[in-house]
Design a protein around this ligand. Structure first.
Ligand code: UDP
Length: 252
């Protein structure tokens, strides 16, 4: 039987939300079961997300992160933690993958996820405006063995693992088996809350695995990009009809 895939998506209400979630839902609909989509919002469930999820036909859980945010630059971290706590509490046994709503995913990626035994990692293509960002992030591999990382001069010295949030997945059993944590004294979930932007991935991964020897590069050779991370400038304050439903004509 196939392994359960648990895809975790933090999302928030903005002009692009319906566009992103619709696109992602269409991809996820093509993933064979068993499959669970955990979607987490801040403060309350939005009507738009709730109605979209109901219509997908995908097995999902729509969770809410109640935390009162002081740091607005959180970028989904607390929401991912809510999903991790949920997975741990209900002992959902499967492969956990953080799929941000704005990325684009190949179906091949979901096939690769099912091959993961403990911790898998792969390349993520970066589509950015800014020239200072790398073109891709992720492992350099010899077969499944991770032997290095694609990186740039700036980030090389700072981060231990050069992986994007959507560039790794892991077996959920690690979450409730303290003996398997690299650093059992740390609570990974709480830890992730306090980490500086840009370091969430490496900080989290450093607690899942001791080093590269415990990682599986996917697919073997790691030469293939199976997911793209889009960095669009956020258009804030863009007026759009709530739920993309027009109740009155647009006035000139
Ligand atoms: N996100 C969220 N709340 C926020 C910011 C981001 O739920 O205040 C979600 C967003 O919907 C996406 C993920 O977190 O699924 C990553 O956000 P984004 O791509 O904007 O961050 P980046 O990785 O580009 O810094």
């Amino acid at each position: 039987p196939h392994k359960l895939l648990i895809v975790v998506t933090p999302t928030y209400n903005r002009a692009f939300q319906a566009y992103y979630l619709t696109r992602l839902a269409h991809t996820l609909k093509l993933v064979p079961p068993p499959f669970l989509w955990i979607v987490v919002e801040m403060g309350a469930q939005s009507l738009e997300t709730a109605s979209l999820l109901r219509q997908t036909g995908i097995m999902y859980r729509h969770l809410v992160c109640e935390k009162n945010l002081t740091n607005i630059k959180d970028r989904g971290t607390h929401q991912r933690n809510v999903a991790l706590a949920h997975i741990e509490q209900h002992q959902l046994d499967g492969i956990v993958y953080f799929a941000d709503d704005d990325n684009v995913y190949t179906l091949e990626l979901f096939e690769e996820l099912r091959q993961i035994r403990r911790f898998g990692t792969w390349l993520v293509g970066m589509l950015a405006h800014s020239k200072s960002r790398t073109v891709l992030e992720g492992p350099v591999c010899d077969g499944e063995k991770v032997i290095g990382w694609h990186t740039n001069e700036k980030s090389k010295r700072l981060r231990r693992f050069h992986v994007d949030m959507s560039g790794f997945a892991f077996n959920s059993t690690i979450l409730w088996d303290p003996d398997r944590w690299h650093r059992p004294s740390l609570d990974p979930i709480r830890q992730l809350d306090t980490v500086k932007e840009g370091f969430q991935e490496t900080t989290f991964i450093e607690q899942l695995v001791a080093d590269e020897s415990q990682m599986e590069g996917r697919p073997p050779g790691c030469s293939k990009v199976m997911v793209w991370h889009l960095h669009l400038e956020t258009v804030s304050g863009l007026p759009y009809p709530s739920g993309w439903t027009m109740n009155s004509p647009l006035s000139a």
